[in-house]
Write a protein that binds this ligand. Structure first.
Ligand SMILES: [Zn+2]
Ligand SMILES: [Zn+2]
Length: 358
């Protein structure tokens, strides 16, 4: 498998002008670093990456089953998670809600910086690490929860995804990959090489998975985010979050960093400014769109270009769309955690834009 490599095309440095281009290409396996396994990865008829419905990746109730202590004391490098670990979890912490993503913490993730220890590579070049047993995978696919109503107005979905802090859903010594087969036959996706699972509580958090949207991909490096706050504030970007992703260093596809729909990090054209992994998560995550938008003269000019000159003596109506929220005063006033209101501004505060936007 191809290692993840970053190939500089051009890079800015101290000697260059402050604003000059930084740009790399990268080559990677679809299964490098923290990544998602699409069901297609081990099931010809399963969903490819771009076929997984987005709502299955977005703000799912998370469950963290911690077997790390049992793995440690078992001294079994190919420890398998059994159905009893899941039923014991439910007795202790309540039933797994419909539509959940189940995360398994084996403790193997703490070895991630030493690839030999992490993969458990032995003298015969075979891998040895914990994984999910066939029986536990079957338990997961047949889990239906009739005590809790289904989320997102969908019918019962059962468990939609399973994640682990090892290289694979299956144990390292496996020959037949039963966990992959059983889960993917039911279009349940996988998450591998997860980071920071020790920071999660057993229940009471949301999981969002943000993979590259590779056409017909079998998987992709993904940013996996857990929201761990008790209450989710409507208009606040300051929701406590935890990144469950290692930066991609483990390790086929080659791409410019600037292919398809993509993000420009400030370092792309400014020396010493943020590279992608330095951008604080709350600037990427649930940032309110168009809240506190101020109508500018540029908005009116572009309206006139399209529809003709505003006649003398006209009354100008501004539709922000905000009125749709009028049934809920909290949404409509956009009141945030500090008691301030947030909504698009009035026409009487026309300002000129301070900076051109590109
Ligand atoms: Zn994979
Ligand atoms: Zn896998």
């Amino acid at each position: 498998m191809r290692e993840f490599t970053l190939i500089p095309v051009t890079t800015n440095d101290k000697k260059a002008k402050k604003n000059s281009w930084t740009l790399s290409e990268f080559c990677s396996s679809e299964h490098s670093g923290t990544h998602i396994d699409a069901p297609l990865h081990y099931n010809r008829e399963g969903w490819s990456l771009d076929a997984i419905p987005t709502h299955r990746l977005w703000r799912r109730p998370g469950i963290m089953v911690d077997v790390s202590e049992e793995v440690r004391t078992s001294m079994n490098p190919n420890f398998e998670i059994q159905p009893k670990h899941l039923t014991e979890f439910e007795i202790k912490f309540g039933s797994i809600p419909d539509g959940a993503v189940v995360l398994i913490r084996t403790g193997q993730g703490s070895k991630v910086r030493n690839i030999t220890a992490y993969s458990g590579l032995d003298r015969n070049h075979k891998m040895n690490h914990p994984g999910i047993s066939k029986n536990a995978a079957e338990w997961i696919t047949t889990h239906t929860n009739n005590n809790n109503p289904p989320t997102h107005n969908h019918t019962h979905e059962g468990i939609v995804g399973v994640g682990i802090d090892t290289l694979s859903l299956d144990k390292g010594s496996t020959l037949h990959y039963p966990a992959h087969a059983v889960l993917f036959n039911r279009n349940i996706y996988g998450l591998e090489n997860l980071a920071n699972l020790e920071k999660l509580p057993p229940t009471g958090f949301y999981i969002t998975i943000l993979p590259l949207n590779i056409h017909q991909g079998s998987g992709a490096p993904a940013r996996v985010v857990a929201e761990t706050g008790d209450t989710i504030a409507l208009h606040s970007a300051a929701v406590p979050t935890c990144t469950l992703t290692h930066t991609v260093e483990l390790g086929e596809f080659c791409s410019s960093e600037h292919s398809g729909t993509h993000l420009d990090a400030p370092s792309h054209y400014a020396y010493n400014k943020w590279t992608v992994e330095k951008i604080p998560l709350d600037r990427l995550w649930r940032v309110p769109g168009h809240v506190n938008h101020i109508l500018t003269s540029a908005d009116l000019e572009s309206w006139e270009e399209e529809h003709g000159v505003i006649p003398d003596g006209a009354v100008v109506f501004v539709r922000t769309g905000w009125g749709d929220k009028v049934g809920n005063i909290q949404d409509y006033s956009g009141v945030d955690e500090s008691g301030k209101n947030n909504f698009p501004d009035q026409v009487n505060r026309i300002s000129t834009p301070s900076e051109p936007s590109l």
